[in-house]
Design a protein around this ligand. Structure first.
Ligand code: SAH
Ligand code: SF4
Length: 375
């Protein structure tokens, strides 16, 4: 299931948090080290969560030095944090190569993705930027820069827990990037997040969101883990979806919905349709009726998300009466649907927005507040 890590050049250190337990054990075996040493290292990494080999004090000094020259840590530096303990908190991280990504920690909120309530949800990024260029989204505005490797995905969880002092009990891959376009690193990160030796979070508490990469949805369906799937539909006919999501030209609705059907049939699991409501674009009664047909056919739950305006983009959030009218049509068709109230609206919680704002401020030399803003 996991292709070997891409071979690091002799000078390049392997990111240690991208490795699975058997790979670490294997590396130790080649170094002539007993397997219990590898287990000690895993405990330091995921139980005690130290950030250097130096700190692994029950390992011999020579081994620690050897590990330091073989492996690298994926240190994420928090360069901006908004929100406060009991509201949505957003972290802007700088990666080792200077690129910026963001993660959002959302406090307990009722049953967002088929979960029980009272869960702390972390929204995680999988790429720097995004190549899919949805017309309404801040993440894709400046295109795609690179994939995150597994360790950088895992580290977002560890860092969010370290900063907040609390365990994350639900993870959604709804931050920057298209998770299914970074499939191998995503699956590797999920394996580490799920593993008893790793972060040990149940697969049912992990949701992958996709803009609709049909072949990868099928591939995901064939994976053994029971992770949840959310599909960003945002348009219930090709004509409307195509206007705002270029990916629809590659995978039109019929192709996408067939892949979704395959997913639920393989997984015996419900899926969620994410549907942003954009004023006068996709929020008409006709779209609601067409959406109801798709949702009923797949017994999918619908999450309606009132659009979060992005500076520089023309789209608007519909007024509450239009949102409710859309919702009532779905309900009348017996579709399970809710309007997601955006807890993080005030702090640019929609994906990609904090990075965009920060990059714009940095470009204009305008200093930004390092400290917390009211949530
Ligand atoms: N690329 C994946 C996952 C990241 S986007 C995907 O598209 O599903 C996560 C969710 O945030 C998607 O449903 C996306 O459409 C939504 N989103 C993006 N920009 C938004 C905005 N300005 N307001 C509300 N939701 C937005
Ligand atoms: Fe990429 Fe998702 Fe944003 Fe579309 S909505 S540009 S796929 S991150």
């Amino acid at each position: 299931m996991f292709p070997a890590m891409p071979a690091a050049s002799p000078l390049e250190k392997k990111p240690v948090r991208s490795l699975l337990a058997p790979e670490i054990e294997q590396t130790f075996a080649t170094m002539g080290q007993p397997v219990y040493r590898a287990r000690q290292v895993l405990q330091w990494l995921y139980e005690k969560r130290v950030r250097s080999f130096e700190a692994m004090t029950d390992l011999p000094a020579a081994l620690r030095a050897q590990l330091s020259s073989t492996f690298a840590f994926d240190e994420l530096e928090v360069i901006r944090k908004t929100g406060s303990e009991d509201t949505t908190q957003k972290f802007l991280f700088r990666l080792g190569d200077g690129n910026l990504i963001e993660s959002v920690l959302i406090p307990a909120s009722p049953a967002l993705y088929g979960e029980d309530s009272d869960r702390r949800t972390l929204c995680v990024s999988t790429q720097v930027g995004c190549a899919y260029g949805c017309k309404f989204c801040a993440s894709g505005l400046n295109g795609w820069t690179r994939n995150l490797h597994a360790g950088e995905i895992v580290e977002q969880v560890l860092k969010a827990e370290a900063i907040s002092g609390e365990r994350v009990n639900n993870i959604v891959f709804m931050g920057m990037g298209e998770p299914l376009a970074n499939f191998e690193n995503l699956m590797r990160a999920i394996a580490i997040i799920n593993a008893p030796w790793g972060i040990h979070l149940g697969a049912r508490h992990i949701t992958v969101s996709t803009s609709g990469l049909a072949p990868q949805i099928r591939e995901l369906a064939d994976q053994p883990l029971q992770i949840r799937l959310a599909v960003s539909l945002h348009g219930a006919t090709d004509a409307v979806r195509e206007q705002i999501m270029p990916v629809n030209r590659k995978y039109p609705l019929a192709t996408l919905l067939e892949a979704c059907a395959y997913y639920i049939q393989r997984k015996k699991q419900y899926l969620t349709f994410e549907y942003i409501l954009i004023d006068r674009v996709n929020d008409t009664p006709e779209q609601a009726r067409a959406l109801a047909v798709h949702a009923r056919a797949l017994r999918a739950k619908v999450n309606l998300i009132p659009y979060n305006t992005v500076e520089g983009l023309p789209w608007q959030r519909p007024e509450a009466s239009r949102q409710n009218a859309f919702l009532s049509i779905l309900k009348r068709q017996n579709v399970s649907a809710t309007i997601r109230t955006e807890k993080g609206r005030d702090i640019d919680a929609a994906c990609g927005q904090l990075r965009l704002k920060t990059e714009r401020e940095l470009a204009s030399d305008k200093p930004f507040a390092e400290t917390q803003e009211p949530g």
